[in-house]
Design a protein around this ligand. Sequence first.
Ligand code: PGA
Length: 251
Amino acid sequence: MARTRRPLIAGNWKMNGLAGDGVALARDVASGARQAGWTDRDLLVCPPATLVAAVVEAVKGSGVLVGGQNCHAKANGAHTGDIAAEMLKDAGATYVIVGHSERRADCGETDAVVRAKAEAAWRAGLLPIVCIGETLAEREAGKTLSVLEAQLKGSVPAGATASTLVVAYEPVWAIGTGKTPTTPEVAAAHAHIRKVLGGLLADADKVRLLYGGSVKGSNAAELLAAGDVDGALVGGASLKADEFLAIAKAA
Ligand code: PGA
């Protein structure tokens, strides 16, 4: 079956990377992407905010995109230590991750906060990647699909379209653990996400849905082949250029 949605392979570096190793990693990803000459998929790296501008410079001309990992809902003001979507845009980012489970857990971000951040991304001209995912307790209680549905309804702003929204499904228990859902479990979650999106926006069939949680070179082909999976949000494995490029190759 021909792909109707352009795959997106996104690397979330989390709180990792200083100027030396971060820029070197970005350069290696860029040179691998250049060599591969892909024109049918998007590669995105999301370094810590301190490195966004340097990484934008390091990947210039390679087609590799750069994003932030979080943004504040407001454009500016008295919010010490926070970063506005406008600032990420100003540094050369084109995407921003919002509502990652680590921020939902560490910073108490609710669906309403995530939604406001996604709207802030639009205001600044960034494409938000809205993250959702169930905890292990929720999965074991059989609540996975209802949790995903509630998170989507609460986190996706009104007026979203396939060109202004990417959704990442990341089971909390699969992040950084080496555990992944089975391919049918991923497919079932993604099918449900697409169905729920169908009630929220007109072109839900075109929205890119990423899977995230312990994706690596060796399991990427299988996970990316699951129904309704249009790419990956990669944490740990995105810190090694060859692993990240292997995942991109599998897309
Ligand atoms: P992981 O993280 O690939 O290290 O499991 C994924 C994520 O949190 O985006």
